[in-house]
Design a protein around this ligand. Structure first.
Ligand code: SF4
Length: 128
């Protein structure tokens, strides 16, 4: 069976339209890419799609209530919703350093989630 699959490359702002020709479930041809990255992206997206995940989590006693975090590497696309649910359910206490590991092996992906900025603790100065 021959099938055509269309993707848009996300490798750079040119957004090349990619066409994959699939024969019996195997990629036979990729057209529309302007560079090798487009071909690599098409193969990855067809065989094992993955995404980086960026979101915010609740941070108690921090200068701001939310801490931005991201996965250290791309994770399988079908794990993204589970990962976001886990991250939205947790709380962390300030202070946090940029790059600090917030969770390791999230959703059994083997990938860590790290803070993408530092978040200082709020210091309350009492009245004497
Ligand atoms: S194929 Fe190459 S030039 Fe085209 S969008 Fe992808 S990375 Fe950019």
């Amino acid at each position: 069976m021959i099938e055509k699959k269309h993707l848009v490359c996300i490798g750079c702002p040119m957004s090349c339209p990619l066409e994959l020709t699939i024969v019996d479930g195997e990629i036979r041809e990729i057209t529309g890419n302007s560079c090798k990255r487009g071909e690599d992206y098409a193969r990855q997206e067809y065989t094992a799609p993955s995404r980086m995940v960026s979101t915010t989590i609740t941070c108690t006693s921090g200068l701001w209530p939310r801490l931005p975090v991201k996965t250290a590497t791309a994770v399988p696309k079908d794990k993204v919703i589970a990962i976001v649910r886990i991250l939205h359910a947790i709380e962390i206490e300030a202070p946090v350093q940029m790059g600090q590991i917030i969770l390791d092996n999230i959703a059994d992906t083997g990938v860590a989630v790290t803070a993408t900025r530092s978040l200082p603790q709020v210091v309350t100065i009492g009245r004497g």
